[in-house]
Design a protein around this ligand. Structure first.
Ligand SMILES: Cc1cc2nc3c(=O)[nH]c(=O)nc-3n(C[C@H](O)[C@H](O)[C@H](O)COP(=O)(O)OP(=O)(O)OC[C@H]3O[C@@H](n4cnc5c(N)ncnc54)[C@H](O)[C@@H]3O)c2cc1C
Length: 385
């Protein structure tokens, strides 16, 4: 199997017809993922944090792909990174979510950070020396992110943070927490080092899918953050967060396409091998209809995702397209992975065959980085403006 499959190749060639380097780079990145990351996925799904996978990914330049060269990035176009994210989704979605949220955090500094923050944080983050977490959600406010209760008070050159965050991916493993908290001037984002006084990480929260990435509460208890660790300007944190999430949604859409694609490929090959009533189940019209619908929906999800990535790369407003891609790709991943279990019959339900992992992983993607309902709100708001 090649992860950099024909449709992904066509998409990249369509976008960059005169640059064969991108195709070669992605082909070799796909080979690395297939050899090094894919074989670990079932084990990681038992709840093992993919530290080793992240290390290998970072060494292979995954996080640095789309960041500027001056901060140690490779300066590649965003759609090339998105193709890499899709392939990562095919191999291990737990590693993918952990790396994607790290990437979302990095974009925050790239856009809004001071030169000092870029040198101190962005460089080691995109080169994989440090891992990031994004701490926005609170126990009583997820979708309604404007209603956060975490507070920051400026005192003697530092901010003192108090509050509780929940559902934080990479919690306990991250070196830097991007914490959203309100001052009297409004929402802000702070870069909080793991060893900051007053930062406490809760127990890992057991979950349905994406079981390898950690997921914890994060407590700020008179947590002291140097004034220079405020990202951008006071009061702008909500605008920054919306922008970062819009970018993050393209990455989640790409992961969802990857999850749907690998699940589909398992169903396709199983349908050719499994015999019932004297013929392979792929000969039955009802199986064929499922396969045809799945492949069409995956293609559509992929194209929506790359359209959003291309618009971001072109400097256009991409919030509508990112929400459409995230909505359609995550719901497609859910539908496809459900049908894939059906095609596998009892084998799809058994742990041993590692098929239901994709359904459990896909289930997260309609919730994290904004639920499907919130995507529909953003889309309709944009249409009615
Ligand atoms: C695996 C995973 C990883 C995550 N990682 C992170 C992370 O790293 N950092 C972080 O900050 N958060 C993270 N989250 C949290 C995630 O962003 C929130 O769960 C999500 O935004 C929804 O918030 P909530 O869970 O509080 O649900 P709520 O906002 O309470 O929503 C409950 C239900 O009501 C619906 N709803 C809410 N408002 C409306 C409305 N106006 N109209 C219609 N329907 C509505 C929602 O769509 C949902 O179906 C993660 C979540 C998951 C599942």
């Amino acid at each position: 199997m090649t992860l950099f499959g024909p449709e992904l190749q066509t998409t990249i060639t369509m976008l960059y017809p005169t640059n064969p380097n991108f195709t070669q780079l992605l082909e070799s990145f796909g080979e690395f993922l297939e050899q090094e990351i894919m074989p670990t996925a079932k084990k990681i799904d038992e709840g093992i944090f993919p530290r080793e996978n992240l290390g290998k990914l970072f060494t292979h330049g995954f996080t640095s792909m789309a960041f500027p060269k001056q901060y140690g990035g490779q300066g590649l176009p965003y759609p090339v990174y998105i193709a890499a994210v899709e392939m990562l989704g095919m191999t291990c979605a737990s590693t993918g979510v952990s790396a994607a949220i790290h990437g979302t955090s990095c974009t925050g500094i790239a856009f809004y950070g001071s030169e000092e923050q870029k040198t101190k944080y962005l460089k080691p983050l995109i080169q994989g020396e440090k891992l990031a977490a994004f701490a926005l959600t609170e126990p009583h406010s997820g979708s309604d992110a404007g209603d956060i209760h975490t507070r920051a008070k400026f005192q003697d050159g530092s901010y003192i943070l108090n509050g509780k965050k929940t559902f934080i991916t990479n919690g306990g493993e991250a070196d830097v927490y991007f914490a959203v908290a309100k001052t009297d001037n409004g929402p802000c984002i702070f870069l909080v080092d793991r060893d900051s006084k007053g930062l406490r990480i809760g127990e890992n929260i057991e979950k349905l899918g994406i079981r390898g990435s950690t997921w914890t509460d994060v407590f700020f208890e008179d947590c002291v953050v140097p004034g220079r660790n405020l990202l951008g300007a006071e009061g702008q944190g909500f605008e920054y967060t919306k922008h970062m999430l819009q970018i993050g949604r393209i990455a989640i859409a790409a992961l969802a396409v990857g999850v749907a694609q690998i699940a589909f490929e398992k169903a396709l090959s199983f349908s050719k091998e499994r015999v019932a009533f004297g013929s392979p189940i792929s000969q039955f019209q009802m199986t064929r209809q499922k396969l045809a619908d799945m492949s069409t929906e995956i293609s559509a999800a992929r194209q929506l995702t790359f359209r959003a990535a291309w618009m971001k790369q072109s400097g256009k407003d991409f919030s509508l397209q990112a929400s459409q891609a995230k909505l359609f790709a995550s719901e497609t991943a859910m539908k496809v992975s459900d049908q894939v279990i059906q095609i596998h019959g009892g084998y799809g339900y058994a742990d041993k065959y590692d098929v239901h992992r994709h359904w459990r992983d896909a289930r997260m993607m309609t919730i994290g980085e904004g639920t499907s309902e919130i995507m529909r709100l953003v889309i309709s708001h944009s249409l009615l403006q």
